[in-house]
Design a protein. Structure first.
Length: 91
């Protein structure tokens, strides 16, 4: 690079933790779908799975959102104003 330093980031991106809730939710919905053709017990089990996983998913999402900082220090853009790669004209 030509001596240009990137500025320190002022805004942070928070990524949620991994969760099995979406997988269990989809398994429950599949169970309800199977229950429509194979019999009501499958639909009941699928609905219980879907509702339990939805409740867990929403509760964990709420906990993660409540832990986020309410304010961030905003000063400037993190992305550089000039491209970091050399263009054909600079070569």
């Amino acid at each position: 690079m030509s001596g240009r330093e990137l500025p320190e980031p002022t805004e942070l991106v928070y990524v949620p933790r991994a969760s099995w809730a979406p997988v269990l939710m989809s398994a429950g919905v599949v169970g309800v779908g199977v229950g429509l053709f194979a019999g009501w017990p499958y639909a009941v089990v699928g609905a219980v799975f879907a509702l339990a996983s939805l409740r867990s998913w929403l509760r964990k999402s709420g906990e993660e959102i409540s832990r986020l900082p309410r304010r961030q220090r905003l000063t400037s853009a993190v992305l550089p104003a000039v491209p970091l790669r050399r263009t054909r004209e600079e070569s």
